[in-house]
Ligand binder design. Sequence first.
Ligand SMILES: C[S@@+](CC[C@H](N)C(=O)[O-])C[C@H]1O[C@@H](n2cnc3c(N)ncnc32)[C@H](O)[C@@H]1O
Length: 209
Amino acid sequence: MSLAESWDRYAAGNKPRRAVNAKGDTTWLNWTQYADHGPNESVLGPVAGRRVLKLGSGSGDNLAHLVTLGATGLGVDLAPTREKVARERWGNLPGLEFRTAEATAFLRGTDETFDVVLSIFGAVWFVDPDTLLPLIRSRLTRGGILAFSHLPPGGEGPKPAGAGLRHDRTPHEWERILTRHGFSDVRASLIDPPEGRAVGTMLVRALVA
Ligand SMILES: C[S@@+](CC[C@H](N)C(=O)[O-])C[C@H]1O[C@@H](n2cnc3c(N)ncnc32)[C@H](O)[C@@H]1O
């Protein structure tokens, strides 16, 4: 089975996100695996007027939220059904596009630059950082932000058959790796889980000086 088929099969088991969150919002950004939990898009600073690339954009919900705040967005996901689902959900939103592509192939082939690169349980978790980070850095504008989240090391989480390694790292390891790849002001931390749940969420943010 190809990587794309593997992720398509994984996605077929996912429930779509609710239409409205606990606050009554129809779009929102969620960094964690829990509903109505964790920080919001303020982690990124103001996004209006900024060009955002999401690597592993899934059904596009998080990216769509940033576009409603005035960003323009491009979601890249290697699973073809994800592009279809994301277009069906968000195709009417001006300034938002989706494309089927593997993250490293996309980054190698584009000459576009981005102010923000995002991955929420997405490609940054599944591609060797020594391959992916230089590519991301080369496509980020000066002052640009890379931000991503995934489970802490040892968590169960998604690992579809054939999807290869998951690159679990501790906050300290991410700080070292990102600094080694020329990122600055690296902040990596664990978001505590909600009450009654055991597993938190890794949240990492780094800048290109
Ligand atoms: C666990 S899902 C998370 C989806 C989405 N970020 C969300 O929060 O709903 C991981 C997504 O990353 C995509 N993905 C994994 N590896 C990728 C890669 N190398 N390039 C592009 N997309 C990738 C998968 O197809 C899948 O849609």
